[in-house]
Design a protein around this ligand. Structure first.
Ligand code: HEC
Ligand code: HEC
Length: 234
């Protein structure tokens, strides 16, 4: 699926869902027929796992073990927060990110240094196969954390920050931050990595019409809080 196309379609859809999901502040906005048709199209064009041949599955597993594991860890469970965890990440989201590295629209310094060269070697079919490979890996549950940061982060994740017009993150990232389709899983991800990504959206190093506006009013403290909460989730 073409990324620009998908984001163009997605943007009005998610905007509608954010508006419709805010119980206190917004009126319900019905999805128009056009948007419903677009959503159906997204679902139809998303590659299903059955479409991936056994040869491609093998090739993806091999590449993951021989190359990607150097940074992203065995079984997609990295140790260093420079390298995001990929185990259980959504296939469609992984696919979109690998294409964003390949076409250089995700451009913070670590992305350029580590992922651009790597992604330039990948074809669309292997990208799809890699997405499904990582999605089916089971993320390792983190150690439980209990702190004021976590409580404050949970509040932001579940309710947003109405005073700053920040929508509830769970609207798109789902109640347990498990993600869906193009909305990434955030649960169990390294907090430092999440904070860095939020800053990249805020300063435009990472281009995304949905996340950039959401992050504009976010403070560093709020980023820390929500990231600490997210890292603590299984
Ligand atoms: C040399 C280290 C290195 C290798 C090898 C590497 N990556 Fe990465 N990868 C990174 C870094 C660093 C980032 C985070 C970039 C950033 O901060 O924007 C990243 C980010 C990603 C992301 C985005 C994750 C997210 O949550 O948005 C995906 C997907 C990804 N890599 C997949 C792969 C795959 C698949 C391979 C093997 C084909 C691979 N990487 C090999 C270093 C590496
Ligand atoms: C309207 C839908 C929507 C809402 C609400 C939303 N997000 Fe996102 N988020 C997305 C999409 C779509 C992406 C993927 C962007 C891309 O493809 O680059 C994303 C990506 C992210 C990432 C990058 C993850 C990674 O692995 O690199 C972080 C971090 C994030 N969101 C945090 C948040 C937080 C915190 C909130 C609440 C304050 C929030 N999001 C609210 C849609 C949303």
């Amino acid at each position: 699926m073409n990324r620009l196309f998908s984001m163009a379609v997605l943007f009005p859809l998610v905007t509608t869902s954010v508006l419709a999901a805010g119980p206190e502040t917004h009126e319900n906005q019905p999805t128009t027929g056009e948007q419903a048709a677009a959503l159906t199209k997204i679902q139809q064009t998303a590659p299903s796992e059955e479409q991936i041949t056994p040869e491609l599955k093998d090739a993806a597993a091999k590449l993951a073990a021989q190359e990607c594991a150097l940074c992203h860890g065995r079984s997609g469970q990295s140790i260093s927060p420079t390298f995001p965890r990929l185990a259980g990440q959504r296939a469609e989201y992984i696919e979109a990110q690998l294409k964003a590295f390949r076409d250089a629209t995700r451009k913070d310094p670590d992305a350029q240094a580590y992922m651009w060269g790597m992604a330039s070697q990948l074809t669309d079919p292997i990208i799809e196969a890699l997405g499904h490979y990582y999605e089916q890996l089971k993320p390792v549950a983190p150690n439980p954390v209990d702190s004021r940061q976590v409580a404050a982060g949970k509040e932001i994740f579940e309710r947003g920050i109405p005073a700053q017009n920040v929508p509830a993150c769970q609207t798109c990232h789902m109640a347990q931050a498990q993600g869906a389709g193009l909305f990434p899983r955030l649960a169990g991800q390294h907090a430092a990595y999440l904070v860095k990504q939020m800053n990249s959206f805020k300063n435009g190093l990472r281009v995304n019409p949905v996340m950039q506006p959401i992050m504009q009013s976010f403070t560093s403290e709020q980023m820390e809080q929500v990231a600490t909460y997210l890292e603590s989730l299984p």
